[in-house]
Design a protein around this ligand. Structure first.
Ligand SMILES: *[C@@H]1O[C@H](CO)[C@@H](O)[C@H](O)[C@H]1NC(C)=O
Ligand SMILES: *[C@@H]1O[C@H](CO)[C@@H](O)[C@H](O)[C@H]1NC(C)=O
Ligand SMILES: *[C@@H]1O[C@H](CO)[C@@H](O)[C@H](O)[C@H]1NC(C)=O
Ligand SMILES: *[C@@H]1O[C@H](CO)[C@@H](O)[C@H](O)[C@H]1NC(C)=O
Ligand SMILES: *[C@@H]1O[C@H](CO)[C@@H](O)[C@H](O)[C@H]1NC(C)=O
Ligand SMILES: *[C@@H]1O[C@H](CO)[C@@H](O)[C@H](O)[C@H]1NC(C)=O
Length: 627
């Protein structure tokens, strides 16, 4: 019976595999098609070893992993000329990437070119002399993500058939002879779009009015984003000299007012800061600003000894009992045990110093020593209970706390891998293990779920301090959100600029952070994961605006962390996550999605990694000149 079933299963799988095979293409016919192409083209001869039975070793040719078909043909800048004959490239039915850019190819594209290329994702044929219209067969290739026809001699209209290509992220048509008006293009993934220097006229459709001006240069177009509006508003009044003078004067006065305001604010913050320090009695231990990423893994002293070094031993030893536990920890220790534990400093954060404490029983816990708590005991205990109640698999739950007049300790599970911040920015040297894309997406998803859970507990409940040093990782690199709720009970003891990289622009009081402000911080966190740049690193770096400016100018690989560029086949997902991050970090709170929406979008991206049918191709967004 079992054998039958196995047999049945195998049969089934084999049938499935047959069905899943991209097409009838086999390597022999692909080889024949390539040879026909080679002999039809002029210019420099492709130096392919013709005695090789398989084309998979030929320069510019990439085969599927089982060598059964050609999936990429990249011949950029090879000095090729002549026209593309029918029945050549079009016979490479498994092709996913076609790059013929920067050659001297001319003539129209053969009408059959795209009929059978139903797996094509990237088409790079810019910088040639191709002419004639875009063949209609292109609009049936719904797998297309990148289309670059720029700097050719193409003519005819821009077809609304592009609307069929729903996955399109890039459409470059600049510097051709396309004419007519631009059709309404409803392509949600379209990020890179350029029709500059063609013969286009008419109104720019609404769906494209959000693209930069430089996408539409050198045409007779009108409407947003261009300055010339459509219709008969020919005699727009020029600004008079007086008006200009008025505007200039106004701006200058505005600027002066703003400077004055900033000056006053800074002074106020300055005095407030010092006052707090004296009041809290933090004995001039200034916090090391490089802290978030450095983790002092020094020798193991007892926590008490550590405190002694700092001359603060009296504070701790005066404490006897009163450790309040939450939840089902099964922990069996008291404050004495905790204080006897061997400890090392994990880091000094916004709200106090964290220690790893290893109890005599071998149990390791993380202890956070709060500083600058700005509420009374009753309020504090209530707050702790509120925090203690929040328990979710994507959070670091508060296990216990201690409170007395001088000392507030929070006890958490100890997570050995540390924070996302350390993972992203720490150990940049030779021994660094790059953080791969899958791990990053999984971490983003875990963090999003944690924050989402918090937000689902009530409209007033927010995290308040989302940043990479507050995303901790388990041994299997699952993300856990930590430090929930601390923003509301402890005033940050640090200079504002350290946290400000994550802080939503509308926030005036760091103790009052809305859910939408959390979303902003989460967007910055995503950008940090994508770019590898720390928003808190330098003063004045605004990661969201930096990314926006790079993306607006010209979409380049520069945005992304170099470490990510080595991973294959993720560009689409990277762009999707980037778009989401930019939405989260929108200037206006109303424009930001909810955390639940953010989570489901990341879930989609996460799942698409498992489902993408063309899952084995090489990274193509950055069709780099070296290829
Ligand atoms: C391309 O495919 C067509 C149809 O299958 C076939 O007739 C033709 O010979 C092929 N071309 C080459 C160069 O193999
Ligand atoms: C060309 O391919 C043949 C067959 O695979 C091989 O024996 C020969 O060494 C190759 N020639 C060169 C120059 O690589
Ligand atoms: C595919 O071809 C390449 C180059 O000829 C060869 O190195 C590789 O081992 C082949 N892979 C398989 C699975 O046959
Ligand atoms: C480009 O097309 C125009 C007509 O559309 C033609 O006059 C010109 O010669 C073509 N240029 C090249 C290099 O093919
Ligand atoms: C767009 O796709 C539909 C359905 O796949 C097809 O019928 C139609 O011809 C396509 N449009 C163009 C312009 O190819
Ligand atoms: C579009 O192409 C033109 C000409 O190549 C270039 O000047 C412009 O910067 C491009 N704009 C965008 C947004 O790509």
């Amino acid at each position: 019976m079992r054998q039958f079933r196995l047999h049945h299963l195998l049969l089934h799988t084999a049938t499935l595999l047959l069905l899943l095979r991209p097409s009838t293409s086999d390597i022999t016919s692909d080889r024949a098609a390539l040879l026909a192409l080679r002999s039809a083209l002029g210019g420099r001869v492709l130096l392919w070893n013709l005695s090789s039975p398989t084309p998979c070793t030929w320069a510019g040719v990439t085969c599927s992993t089982d060598n059964s078909s050609v999936i990429e043909l990249r011949l950029p800048g090879m000095g090729l000329s002549g026209t593309l004959p029918p029945n050549t490239v079009s016979n490479l039915t498994s092709l996913q990437t076609l790059s013929l850019r920067y050659n001297a190819l001319s003539g129209p594209l053969p009408a059959d070119l795209f009929f059978s290329l139903s797996f094509l994702r990237s088409l790079y044929i810019q910088q040639n002399f191709f002419s004639g219209p875009i063949p209609d067969s292109l609009f049936s290739v719904t797998s297309l993500v990148r289309v670059n026809l720029a700097e050719n001699n193409f003519s005819g209209p821009i077809s609304s058939g592009f609307n069929n290509l729903t996955r399109l992220g890039t459409l470059y048509l600049q510097e051709n002879h396309f004419s007519g008006s631009i059709p309404e293009l409803d392509l949600p993934s379209l990020v890179q779009f350029n029709v500059s220097y063609n013969n286009l006229d008419g109104k720019i459709p609404k769906s494209l009015s959000g693209k930069p001006k430089s996408s539409f240069l050198g045409n007779s177009l009108c409407g947003d984003p261009l300055d010339n509006s459509c219709g008969n508003e020919k005699h727009k009044k020029k600004l008079s000299g007086a008006a200009i003078a008025g505007i200039v004067a106004g701006s200058v006065i505005g600027l002066l007012l703003m400077l004055l305001l900033v000056f006053c604010l800074c002074r106020k913050l300055g005095t407030k800061g010092t006052g707090k320090k004296e009041e809290g009695g933090v004995r001039g231990k200034e916090v090391d600003t490089s802290m978030d990423k450095t983790v002092e893994r020094g020798g193991k002293d007892s926590m008490r000894a550590k405190e002694k070094e700092k001359g603060e031993v009296s504070v701790i030893t005066s404490v006897k009992k009163g450790l309040v536990f939450f939840g089902k920890t099964g922990w069996n220790f008291d404050l004495e045990d905790l204080l006897r534990a061997s400890a090392e400093v994990l880091g000094k954060g916004t709200f106090g110093t964290s220690y790893k404490a290893v109890l005599e029983t071998g149990l390791a816990v993380a202890v956070k020593r709060l500083r600058g708590v700005n509420m009374g005991e009753k309020e504090f205990r209530e707050k702790m209970e509120e925090i203690g109640k929040m328990d979710n698999e994507n959070m670091v739950p508060l296990m216990a706390y201690y409170h007395n007049k001088d000392e507030k300790l929070l006890v958490y599970d100890y997570l050995p891998i540390g924070s996302l911040s350390a993972l992203l920015h720490g150990n940049k040297g030779a021994g660094r293990t790059p953080l791969n894309w899958e791990t990053r997406v999984a971490i983003a998803l875990g963090a999003a779920r944690g924050v989402s859970f918090l937000h689902s507990q009530g409209p007033k409940i927010s995290h308040g301090s989302i940043k990479s040093s507050n995303i901790l990782l388990t041994k299997s690199y699952e993300a856990r959100v930590s430090d929930f709720g601390l923003a509301q009970l402890a005033e940050p003891t640090l200079t504002p600029n350290r946290v400000s990289g994550y802080r939503a622009p509308e926030i005036t009081d760091p103790c009052k952070v809305s859910q939408k402000a959390d979303v902003y911080s989460f967007g910055v966190l995503l950008l940090e994961m994508l770019t590898g740049k720390a928003p808190t690193h330098e003063e004045g770096v605004n990661l969201p605006r930096w990314v926006e400016s790079v993306v607006k100018d010209e979409w380049t690989a520069e945005v992304f962390d170099l470490e990510l560029l080595r991973y294959q086949n993720v560009e689409e997902d990277m762009v999707r996550l980037l778009q989401l991050a930019v939405e989260c970090a929108a200037q206006y709170p109303d424009k930001r999605p909810s955390m639940a929406e953010v989570t489901s979008k990341i879930e989609e991206i996460y799942r698409s990694r498992l489902q993408d049918p063309s899952g084995d191709i090489v990274n193509v967004i950055f069709d780099s000149p070296t290829l």
